[in-house]
Design a binder for this molecule. Structure first.
Ligand code: PLP
Length: 411
């Protein structure tokens, strides 16, 4: 028998969503007529914008004609899309990003999961707690996280607790680390980092020779004008940060798959002898070897997001979800709950009432309001005592769920 990668055996079971499904099933068996509303989903519900559909149709026709057919494309993406990204996502914010620094991909999940491959297997990582689980699990698989103790904490990971007491702003690591995963606007807390906080991180990374892996998949949800959309809005960030973006939650690409990662030419790692190595060159090599690029059709669809009508339509989708976020926040606050997030992010992070754990609150919400959310403890130890709701539902269902919480939840 072939020997397996032992590190995979160190993954803690993905207990969260299976346990949610089990409890919902058990509840539905006892109350078959109850109409359950899910406000826990991380997937979007609005369809692709018309500009994207039109671009897809046109690209399909191109693929059917010999003179416009495309086969293998450039692995880092077609220049037409890289140019639009550089101009609109960065140029319009006063940030210069070169086309060779933009790597179009099939998702921020793949990129945030794969990026660790270009770093040493014995490097040290720091993660915010609670966290998007992909950052952790991809490092467990690579052997970089160590082993989980009885409390579920991996012994080689530096956890950066983000809780109400510190405004959900991660503290700087208290020991040397090579990589820090930051995600803002944050999933699951809905928190954002302002300019001073982001500058503190960039300055720290420059001082300590660390690399920041900055997941900005939700930047389109930022409403406050002084919150940076890109880490490169901070001086010096090009030397220390890799940024991840996605079309998933803005333009409805969760099933269509397109994202991109920016690896500046200025950001470097070092080899065993301490000599600098270009991370851009390593990522290009990694992607060219293991990835064949995003389909032409999909890149044309993504390009349509940057047309005037595409931008208008995407803004309308984001506004729709943000209005859901407002409805949830106002409703829950009226019910007497403390709610964080939801102002610059599609996630609401609810403090569970005194004496109730994340799972206790899950059972209470399901039992009394027939609403399903996600227990905060599923995102990491510091998520205990919190509960995540998302704004990605349909309007009527979201409004009904909130009404039920207001009228039926006994707090
Ligand atoms: N990053 C964060 C923080 C997310 O919450 C998600 C999706 O839920 C992703 C990345 C994945 O994005 P994509 O659909 O581009 O793979």
């Amino acid at each position: 028998m072939a020997r397996v990668n032992d590190h995979y055996l160190k993954l803690t079971a993905s207990y969260l969503f299976t346990e949610i499904a089990r409890r919902v099933r058990a509840f539905q068996e006892t109350r078959p007529k109850a109409k359950i509303i899910r406000l826990g989903i991380g997937d979007v519900t609005q369809p692709l914008p018309p500009a994207v559909i039109q671009a897809l149709h046109a690209a399909v026709d191109e693929m059917g004609r010999p003179e416009t057919f495309r086969g293998y494309g450039p692995e880092p993406g077609y220049e037409f899309l890289q140019t639009l990204i550089a101009k609109h996502d960065y140029g319009e914010r006063g940030v210069t990003v070169g086309l060779e620094e933009i790597f179009v991909s099939d998702g921020a999940k793949s990129d945030t999961g794969n990026i660790q491959e270009i770093f040493a297997a014995d490097g040290a990582i720091a993660l915010t707690d609670p966290v998007y689980p992909v950052y952790m699990d991809s490092n467990v698989m690579a052997g970089r996280a160590g082993t989980a103790g009885a409390d579920g904490r991996y012994d080689r990971v530096v956890y950066l607790p983000c809780v109400a007491e510190n405004g959900f702003e991660p503290p700087l690591p208290d020991r040397p680390v090579d990589l820090v995963y930051l995600c803002f606007p944050n999933n699951p807390t809905g928190a954002v980092l302002g300019r001073p906080a982001l500058r503190r991180w960039v300055d720290w990374a420059r001082r300590h020779g660390a690399v920041l892996l900055y997941d900005a998949a939700y930047e389109a949800y930022i409403r406050e004008p002084d919150v940076p959309h890109s880490i490169y809005e901070i001086e010096g960030a090009r030397e220390v940060a890799i940024e991840f973006r996605s079309f998933s939650k803005t333009a409805g690409f969760t099933g269509t798959r397109c994202a991109f990662t920016v690896v500046p030419k200025d950001v470097q790692g070092r080899d065993a002898a301490g000599a600098p190595v270009s991370l851009n060159a390593l990522w290009l090599r990694r992607q060219s070897t293991k990835f064949n690029g995003v389909p032409y059709l999909i890149q044309r669809a993504a390009a349509a997001v940057y047309t005037d009508e595409g931008r208008r339509q995407v803004r309308a989708i984001v506004d729709y979800y943000m209005d859901n976020a407002r409805v949830i926040r106002e409703g829950l606050e009226a019910a007497g709950l403390t709610v964080y997030g939801g102002r610059n992010a599609p996630y609401l992070w609810v403090k569970t009432p005194p004496g109730l754990s994340s799972w206790d609150f899950f059972d209470k919400l399901l039992g009394e309001a027939h609403v399903v959310g996600t227990p905060g403890s599923g995102f990491g130890p510091s998520g205990e005592g919190y509960f995540r709701l998302t704004a990605f539902g349909r309007r009527e269902q979201t409004a009904e769920a909130v009404e039920r919480i207001k009228t039926r939840l006994r707090l």
